[in-house]
Design a binder for this molecule. Structure first.
Ligand code: BGC
Length: 526
């Protein structure tokens, strides 16, 4: 048929047809090659790094970055160690010495959406401090107003009394703005205090150590609810702190409000930590009753995993350097390998190392002094830069270029950008895999067929591939008969704290005479 067609066509038309076909073929080939090249370029790390103009340098760069790679086998081994450490934290015999403290929170169950009331909440734990006014309407409806206040660096490391006075002043300013300061009502207040605390009840918690850049004097071993209430009373503010929760607990609560299969709260922000619902028969340190529900939320404080040296084999010289120059050397080892407070700094140290070995910014050797300031200074590469750099796909590197120019590298080359992106990817991927492995331990331990983890924190929220990297490694590490889901929690630190405070207050008011907070918390039951 086609031959017939050709034979009936004039010679010119045939030539033109052949030409067109050839042209089409060439175009397809060119396009195909271009698409493939684009695909290769857009592919993750390895392909990019291999395009370095000095191929012999690639191996040397890879060698430096090899120390960051953690295999699945190593992760599985780490999971065993974490499980042992968790059991040590839960046992009354070993708790005191344990690194992973596994604090019982006295919150015994999750909310069911019928909680009602108006409460204040204070959220202290990251870079900002927030005051919130929350209306729980029941029927899962929540209204919220809030204001962010800055905690000056000097306050973060100053006198503890001054810190709590500052919190009370912010509360007063907020209540004034909301016209509730002189309303004659005493407002119940939930305190989200995101530092390790040994709780003695829902409204009494002793700080065991500061983390994340805080180190105020006179607070460790003290009851922080008491310190807060004293500062509130000193100012004559009409508010009563009825509960204290960790941000992980708030996150679990807020997520469970919408999804009852939530059994874990995870924070990946300035710091990292997780809490989960544990059966009472596995909590040797539990000193409350064993009535229904036979469970309690455990604040693992997993950031301290490795403080006893058990993660030594996974740490790099960069991790060691970060630790030594931190305000809490030897503490929060797991956190320092994962969280936002340290991630940018790890990248900066690696960049510096490559630069000093003349493996990076080769065209800028004469202008070292121009960017010395940013790159040579602690904190000079922000963690948000890691997220920005990793949002670049393909070969343009527009974000990466901007970041590099920000830290003083003018007109970075393609290689400079590719290598810096490669470093960022390796550092954030390691963090995601470590966090994913930690989460897999909790999921396997809970062992239910459907488990949701509520997750919050700036690192998880803003990093373009953190969640994906976590899920990928968890697919291998979580028991095959368990379905798990990571859900971004909607402002758990505020709402979750409010839910706990609301229930605590309601029962407190109802039974003022005999109120004991342990009983109260059991009311967070359906
Ligand atoms: C604190 C935890 C907190 C976590 C996330 C850690 O440094 O010790 O209590 O949950 O940061 O904010």
């Amino acid at each position: 048929m086609s031959l017939d067609l050709v034979s009936t066509l004039p010679y010119d038309s045939i030539t033109s047809l052949v030409r067109k076909a050839a042209y089409g073929l060439v175009t397809t080939c060119i396009l195909g090659t271009a698409v493939y090249a684009g695909y290769r370029v857009a592919l993750p790390e390895k392909h990019l790094i291999k395009r370095h103009r000095h191929p012999e340098l690639n191996d040397q760069i890879e060698k430096v970055l090899d120390s960051l790679k953690i295999s699945d086998e190593q992760l599985i081994h780490m999971m065993h160690i974490l499980e042992e450490e968790m059991n040590a934290g839960l046992s009354p015999v070993t708790h005191k010495k344990a690194s992973v403290k596994m604090f019982p929170t006295y919150v015994r169950n999750i909310p069911n959406g019928t909680e009602v009331g108006q409460v204040l909440a204070l959220d202290l734990g990251g870079t900002n401090f927030r005051v919130l006014l929350i209306d729980l309407h029941g029927n899962s409806k929540i209204e919220l107003t809030s204001k962010i206040f800055v905690i000056p660096q000097s306050t973060m490391i100053g006198d503890g009394k001054h810190l709590f006075r500052h919190l009370a002043e912010c509360l007063e300013e907020f209540m004034q703005k909301e016209n509730i300061l002189n309303s004659g009502t005493c407002y119940p207040l939930g305190f989200t205090f995101s530092f390790p605390c040994q709780q003695e009840s829902l409204a009494s918690a002793r700080l065991t150590a500061w983390t994340k850049g805080f180190s105020c004097s006179g607070v460790v071993n003290e009851d922080v609810v008491k310190l807060l209430q004293e500062a509130i009373n000193e100012k004559g503010i009409n508010a009563k702190c009825v509960s204290l929760v960790n941000d992980t607990v708030g996150t679990l609560m807020a997520c469970a409000y919408k999804d009852p299969s939530t059994a874990i709260g995870l924070i990946l922000g300035t710091g990292t930590n997780a809490c989960y619902i544990e059966s009472l028969d596995r909590v040797g340190t539990w000193n409350g009753d064993y009535n229904e529900p036979k469970q309690v939320i455990i604040n693992t404080e997993w950031g301290a995993f490795g403080d006893n040296g058990r993660l030594k084999h996974l740490r790099t010289k960069y991790d060691e350097e970060i630790d030594i120059s931190s305000i809490n050397p030897g503490k929060q080892i797991f956190e320092k390998m994962i969280s936002g407070m340290y991630m940018g700094e790890i990248v900066r140290l690696i960049i510096l190392d490559l630069l000093q070995h003349e493996l990076l910014f080769l065209g800028h050797r004469d202008t070292y002094s121009d960017y010395k300031a940013a790159l040579y200074n602690r904190g000079g590469f922000y963690t948000k830069f890691v997220s920005t750099v990793e949002t670049d796909e393909g070969i343009k590197f527009s974000n990466t270029r901007r970041v590099l120019e920000d830290i003083g590298i003018q007109n970075p080359t393609y290689d400079d950008c590719a290598i810096v992106q490669h470093i960022c990817r390796q550092v954030s991927k390691r963090a995601a895999r470590l966090a994913g492995a930690g989460l897999a331990v909790l999921i396997n331990r809970i062992g239910k067929s459907n488990i949701t983890a509520g997750v919050d924190g700036s690192l998880y929220r803003f990093h373009p591939r953190f969640k994906r990297n976590m899920e990928r490694c968890m697919e291998t590490l979580v028991n095959k008969d368990i379905k798990f889901k990571l859900t971004l929690s909607d402002d758990g630190s505020g709402k979750g704290a409010a839910m706990v405070a609301c229930v605590a207050e309601r029962i407190f008011e109802h039974d003022k005479e005999t109120a004991d907070y342990e009983t109260l918390t059991k009311s967070l039951i359906n």
